[in-house]
Design a binder for this molecule. Structure first.
Ligand SMILES: Nc1nc2c(c(=O)[nH]1)N[C@H]1C(S)=C(S)[C@@H](COP(=O)(O)O)O[C@H]1N2
Ligand SMILES: [Mo]
Length: 365
């Protein structure tokens, strides 16, 4: 099938308008660096067409000098850096939460709302240094990213946006990216410029950047104040107090099986189980894999590119006689954070941050 935005023929489209889609898990786990035509796409509105000649990024708010930068200004005047970083949507694995209790009006992602790329651009801290962040305040400042795309929610039209704390912005991994895997950004991934905030939920890596505003408070944008908040499992839309939720930022530790589909039939003998794991800003220390629903575990072999902003690929070999098996994976990061055992422990009515043990049932024989 011919896919929009030059995506792979096997790309799985969850929603056509706006375009939301991702790769089949097996293909995802075949390349450590996700080819751009397989990189998942999460859009809240239609992809804006940006005229590169008139394009300017505005930098304003609590800065000494407001800036208005063309793409060329940004490329010519700031050091170019490459960051190997994995983006993961906070809604990754929502499908499993939905199986426990329905989550209306949200996308039912499987395990494919995650991908890895090498991003090139300017460090945001270098650009903000040029603007001169006001320092006379002891308040923890926030940096808002505004996008050019129009979104509709509750019959209101507005632009996508979000923010991160200034402390994170000053870290060298946060960049304004104009290239992805050595090519200019494609339209669907944010051409001409996007934020890349490694270790944070994908929602903060704002595409089609229009402005960056240094301010006293987190962004007032719907996607910061309302959406992307985490509530306790007992909270429901009817009982929610929106101010109570945790404003999501850093990603948690997770791991996923990509090599097998639910209820897949495999031949007896050697079975290789493979997948990814990830922790927001920490290294993965260990990945445990079980073939008996979590009664016994073996340690997987790990592979990553040695930065904590990148996912870790893992692999474990079993020898299986005919029968029914439940494959399970769990990861442990270098701070010994690990994953909750059951979906019920992480269920929340918006369906974010599912990092329960990942389970896949297979039949051997
Ligand atoms: N302007 C804008 N930026 C955005 C979004 C969006 O809808 N509009 N979606 C966000 C979300 S929720 C995610 S998970 C990532 C996905 O990035 P990708 O589409 O390049 O994979 O982009 C983020 N940046
Ligand atoms: Mo997302």
């Amino acid at each position: 099938m011919l896919q929009p935005f030059e995506k792979h023929p096997d790309f799985v489209v969850r929603q056509a308008h706006p375009f939301n889609a991702g790769p089949p898990p097996r293909l995802l786990s075949q390349s450590y660096i996700t080819p751009t035509n397989l990189f998942f796409v999460r859009n809240h509105g239609d992809v804006p067409e940006v005229d590169i000649h008139s394009y300017r990024l505005q930098i304003n708010g609590r800065v000494l000098r407001s800036l208005s930068l063309s793409l060329e200004d940004l490329q010519d005047n700031f050091e170019r850096v490459n960051i190997s970083a994995t983006l993961q949507c906070a809604g990754n694995r929502r499908e499993e939460l939905m199986a426990l209790e329905s989550i209306p009006n949200e996308l039912g992602w499987g395990v494919e709302a995650i991908s890895h790329a090498v991003w090139s651009g300017a460090k945001l801290r270098d650009v903000l240094a040029e603007a001169g962040v006001e320092r006379e305040t002891d308040l923890p400042l926030h940096v808002e990213f505004g996008g050019l795309d129009q979104v509709e929610r509750h019959h209101k039209q507005f632009r996508y946006g979000g923010s991160i704390p200034l402390g994170k912005v000053l870290s060298p991994e946060v960049i304004l990216a104009y290239e992805m895997n050595g090519e200019p950004l494609t339209s669907v991934h944010g051409f001409p410029l996007r934020a890349i905030v490694p270790g944070y939920i994908g929602a903060r890596s704002v595409k089609w950047l229009d402005h960056i505003t240094v301010q006293n408070e987190p962004s007032e944008n719907y996607f910061q104040r309302h959406a992307y908040r985490l509530f306790a499992p007992h909270v429901r839309p009817e009982t929610v107090n929106w101010a109570d939720g945790v404003m999501l930022g850093e990603m948690n530790v997770t791991s996923v099986i990509c090599s097998h589909d639910e209820n897949e039939r495999v031949l007896p003998g050697p079975v290789t189980v493979q997948g990814y794991s990830m922790a927001g800003g920490r290294d993965i220390a260990r990945v445990d894999v079980s073939c008996d629903g979590g009664l016994t575990w073996i340690q997987a072999e790990l592979f990553n590119d040695a930065t904590c902003w990148a996912w870790t690929f893992w692999k474990a070999n079993f020898k299986l006689a005919p029968g029914n098996y439940q494959l399970v994976v769990r990861a442990i990061d270098t701070a010994a954070n690990t994953q909750p055992q059951d979906i019920s422990q992480v269920w929340n009515f918006k369906g974010y941050m599912n990092n329960a043990w990942h389970r896949v049932n297979i039949k051997v024989g």
